[in-house]
Design a binder for this molecule. Sequence first.
Ligand SMILES: *Cc1c(COP(=O)(O)O)cnc(C)c1O
Length: 219
Amino acid sequence: IMCGLEKVKKEIKDAEIVFGKKHGLTNLIAVSKTKPMEQIKKVINKGQIHFGENRVQEALSKWEVVKRNRKDLKIHLLGPLQTNKVKKVFSLFDYIHSLDRLNLAEKLSREAQEKGYCPKIFVQVNTGKEEQKSGVFPENLYDFINSSQKTYELDVVGLMCIPPINEKPEKHFGLLRDLANDNGLKELSMGMSADYKIAIKYDSTFIRIGTAIFGEREK
Ligand SMILES: *Cc1c(COP(=O)(O)O)cnc(C)c1O
């Protein structure tokens, strides 16, 4: 019987074939938030490289030691980032998926100059223009990316979105893909346990899967 990780990997492969994508286009981020390192280690031992966490503090306490011995592992910050935690994220994260405002871009930029390196950045887009959700509105994206790259010299690699829960994701994935194309960005962080096959259809390059790998999270 296949474990969650194996099943997801097989379904990614199948979806790439069905939708005519290049094999290996889709990177899998195993979202390990709330899960103990004991359980995560089983997934590391199966060869998984990309892991996602939502909270800076939780991520640091779980991953700092593990990552020190496994520099090849890539850790992604998926959740919101407060400006006062910017220093801390540089010590662990390889990717930040939640750049959503210019004062955060400025803080990241300053820290990058000090450290001499910077995590790769996804700009979060609020494709559904939901009030309770963070992310740049589509109509402001061009200027936002321009400032992030030119003024703040950040390594913006792509766009990220979380579609509204009560809507079909297709429209949002399609919009994010178009916005990335328009802005010359290569990577698309979209697709979660419930909708990752659809995300692959829309050229996602980083899908973020928690439940389908690790099981339900406790509330
Ligand atoms: C928790 C989370 C995920 C994973 O969600 P699942 O439905 O468990 O796959 C993906 N992206 C973000 C931003 C998350 O917070």
